[in-house]
Design a binder for this molecule. Structure first.
Ligand SMILES: NC(=O)c1ccc[n+]([C@@H]2O[C@H](COP(=O)([O-])OP(=O)(O)OC[C@H]3O[C@@H](n4cnc5c(N)ncnc54)[C@H](OP(=O)(O)O)[C@@H]3O)[C@@H](O)[C@H]2O)c1
Length: 303
């Protein structure tokens, strides 16, 4: 059978009660002829059977036209599922898997790339040995962003309302990256937030929707070293005062340039579409936050 006659099939495994329509709808326009299979409420113990039943029916050549997307709100469950998938597949019955729980990999990749773009545009260089503070960095988006910044050579502080959660999350990220570049601190009062941003060259806010994390007054008082701001929360009040969701390279304070949540969201959608296109062309492999960030970096215009 020629490659033209092979049909793309994409299995969506979601840990939630209802499969999110977001990714299937995006794929509907990207690959109108693809067959989509939706699995909700997926538990780790379901995965071996689903993966094995996806590995064999199309044979060693046909399996390359089968793809899988893993999503859902339970990031830890998704991590377990991915480990099981890796252990279950073996050559030549392997296929490409995209991983993006809660949209965190693509959103974080977009946020980090947008801050890199701003940094390069303003001749501030890349992130090697820069200081980055991620406000409310303990959620899925913050954790992946911290991981990418640390892999890019930055020193990262993640803040939380809980010291214990901050420390635990930082430790997990350091284990993933293989460094001790990430530190966790408690920051709830303006003074604590101020201390957390005192050395920051870049500040990214990754708090829950509708939570204001940084006031302009705090930024003015403590953020002397900061040149780049970004926020992924599009729901008012946004994460950083003075930075609106549609802002792109807004000079929030003199010499401090920011990018808002909708701009990051637009790049996130582009990354997600490109991940599916890459998956369609790639016979096997796991496309996680690293693949998302590689795609994101390619969108940065050379100067
Ligand atoms: N544009 C897009 O496509 C897109 C996609 C995904 C997410 N997002 C946005 O990205 C942001 C982060 O997403 P996420 O899923 O990582 O967020 P999340 O887990 O809901 O929240 C992130 C962190 O915010 C902190 N937080 C929660 N409620 C708070 C409160 N009342 N006051 C202060 N801090 C609070 C928590 O940290 P502590 O408990 O440690 O303090 C939590 O770990 C959200 O605003 C979300 O809407 C955008």
């Amino acid at each position: 059978m020629s490659t033209q006659e092979r049909k793309l099939a994409i299995l969506f495994l979601d840990t939630d009660k209802h499969v999110s329509p977001f990714e299937p709808l995006l794929v509907t326009d990207l690959f109108p002829n693809a067959n989509l299979f939706l699995y909700s409420n997926v538990e780790p113990e379901d995965v071996v059977r689903i993966v094995q039943d996806a590995m064999f029916p199309r044979g060693p050549k046909g399996v390359k036209y089968t793809k899988m997307f893993i999503g859902g709100y339970d990031v830890e469950k998704v991590e377990k599922i991915v480990e099981i998938i890796k252990k279950t597949m073996f050559p030549p019955f392997e296929f490409t898997v995209i991983v993006d729980p809660r949209g965190a990999n693509t959103t974080a990749a977009a946020a980090v790339a947008k801050t890199l773009e701003l940094s390069l545009k303003h001749n501030l260089g890349d992130f090697r040995n820069k200081n980055v503070t991620i406000l409310a960095g303990t959620g899925p988006v913050g954790v992946v962003a911290a991981t990418i910044y640390a892999l890019e050579g930055a020193n990262v502080i993640i803040t939380s309302r809980s010291q214990e959660k901050a420390l635990k999350t930082a430790q997990k990220i350091n284990e993933e990256v293989g460094t001790d570049r990430v530190k966790g601190v408690r920051a709830t009062t303006r003074e604590e937030v101020g201390e957390a941003i005192r050395e920051a060259n870049v500040i990214l806010a990754t708090g829950a929707a509708g939570v204001r994390l940084l006031e302009l007054e705090t930024l003015r008082k403590y953020g002397e070293k900061c040149n780049i701001l970004a926020d992924v929360n599009a729901v008012p009040p946004t994460g950083i005062e003075g930075l609106d969701p549609s802002d792109e390279d807004k000079e929030v304070l003199p010499g401090v340039h920011g990018v808002g949540a909708l701009r990051i969201g637009a790049l996130k959608n582009r990354i997600l579409a490109d991940l599916f296109k890459l998956a369609a062309e790639t016979p096997k492999g796991i496309l996680d936050y690293k693949a998302a960030y590689e795609i994101a970096k390619q969108t940065i215009k050379p100067r």
